[in-house]
Design a binder for this molecule. Structure first.
Ligand code: GDD
Length: 409
């Protein structure tokens, strides 16, 4: 048997995701019309002999109750949310719930960051992992040398694929091969985390004895039960024939900002062509609006037949799209109204917002730039004939004049 654990983090981790994280925990923000965490969960569903999926985080339980019960019913696999009383780090969180995770006595444990977007080649990873017969296998990818320092950089043996060296977000370049945040482990991972934690306790005790060091660095020591998978496990266990790598040649992105969520929404829509073509608009003949490229429209949304939509558009529940509207590259969240002849390009439109007639909400679509997409928070009103370019608008604002390159607080 195999189990999967998805690390969802908690509210303090979502600050770069503002203002969209005001309403929804980041893991539940919709990409391609499905909560972010839904994509790794559907990938887990394809693993043979999967017994359970656990989401571990420090968000309030009630935020996940509805989602986990509906997804458990839909996939017919138990999905449980396990809440930490405080952050324990990416490995500490796993260790904290070791007894529950080991209930089914699994031979392998998948561990996935929830904020990565990829094709999750989990079954192939598991097969490679069994061949390597180490404690863990890390999904890795080659990225550009300039972007590598935002991630864990690593060196792997070209023949055996052993992880030889690992550095988390190094200041000087080590390698363009990086950690994708997707792992498979044997239960030995718990012993490894235990060792790190015990070692830390010993050091803390030593430090107590040496008042000099306590004066020098009173806050340097991390709590004994706070263990990071990257710095505290991958770095020290590299080069010990315990960790191996599996390189993906498919797409991979990290989702830390709203701009990247819009990009990843497009990547997941494109993947639906192979995994769930029924979710893409246009095929069923019931939506008569003209659809270009990959588009998701929630069944409860009302789209006028003269609207033109796509590519990379995702329209959530109870949205109303008026006559002559043009939408390109956007996420339109629940209960939004876009009125006649409005245009929305490279933007995210927050829950219950309304865009007036002949208005434009747009940006140039540079997903990595601060104002590369326009974001309207919840319940923003853009009045008729107003133009909003490359701006972020906080919730509950009314715009009656046009703005460009502004953050409206
Ligand atoms: N439950 C729980 N508790 N989850 C946590 C905690 C915690 O205390 N801390 C982090 N996480 C979750 C985050 O929500 C995220 O899904 C994952 O663990 C990793 O988050 P970080 O530890 O903040 O690392 P990162 O995202 O900056 O970088 C990691 O992932 C990159 C790939 O996206 C590193 O492992 C990098 O090496 C890697 O390249």
């Amino acid at each position: 048997k195999v189990v999967a654990v998805i690390m969802v983090g908690g509210p303090t981790k979502g600050t770069r995701f503002r203002p969209l994280s005001f309403n929804t925990p980041k893991p539940l923000f919709p990409l391609a019309g499905q909560p972010m965490v839904h994509h790794p969960i559907s990938a887990c569903k394809r693993i043979p002999n999967l017994a359970q999926i656990f989401l571990i985080g420090f968000y309030e339980e009630k935020e996940f109750t509805l989602y986990v019960s509906s997804i458990s019913n839909e996939l017919k696999i138990p999905v449980r949310y396990l809440k930490e009383d405080k952050p324990h780090g990416s490995a500490g969180g796993l260790y904290y719930f070791r007894n529950i995770i080991m209930e089914d006595n699994p031979s392998h444990i998948f561990l996935l960051n929830c904020d990565v977007c990829c094709s999750f080649p989990l079954t192939d990873m598991l097969e490679a992992h069994k061949r390597y017969s180490g404690m863990g296998t890390v999904l890795v990818i080659k990225v550009s040398a300039e972007s590598a320092n935002q991630f864990g950089e690593l060196v792997a043996d070209p023949i055996t694929k052993e992880l030889l060296h690992y550095t988390e977000k190094p200041e000087t370049f080590v390698s363009d091969l990086i950690n994708c945040g997707v792992y498979v482990f044997t239960p030995d991972i718990f012993t490894a985390i235990q060792e790190v934690s015990t070692h830390r306790e010993d050091q803390a005790n030593l430090r107590h004895l040496s008042s000099f060091e306590t004066l020098q660095s009173p806050t340097r020591a991390l709590p004994q039960d706070f263990v990071r998978l990257d710095q505290d496990i991958l770095s020290p266990f590299a080069g010990k024939k315990q960790l191996y790598t599996y390189e993906t040649m498919d797409f991979w992105e990290q989702i830390k900002t709203p701009g990247m969520s819009l990009k990843c929404s497009g990547l997941y829509l494109a993947q639906f062509r192979y995994t769930s073509p029924d979710l893409l608009a246009g095929g069923d003949g019931t939506k008569s609006a003209s659809i270009l490229g990959d588009v998701y429209v929630h069944p409860s949304a009302k789209v006028h037949p003269t609207a033109k939509i796509g590519p990379n558009v995702s329209i959530s529940a109870n949205v109303r799209i008026g006559a002559g509207v043009r939408l390109i590259g956007c996420i339109i969240l629940d209960d939004v109204e876009v009125q006649e002849n409005a245009v929305v390009i490279n933007s995210i439109v927050g829950w219950k917002s309304s865009i007036g007639k002949w208005s434009r909400v747009q940006a140039d679509g540079d997903y990595n730039a601060k104002l590369g997409i326009t974001i309207l928070g919840e319940a923003v009103i853009v009045e008729d004939e107003v133009v909003v370019i490359s701006s972020i608008v906080l919730p509950n604002k009314t715009l009656n004049v046009s703005v460009q390159d502004e953050i409206i607080l």
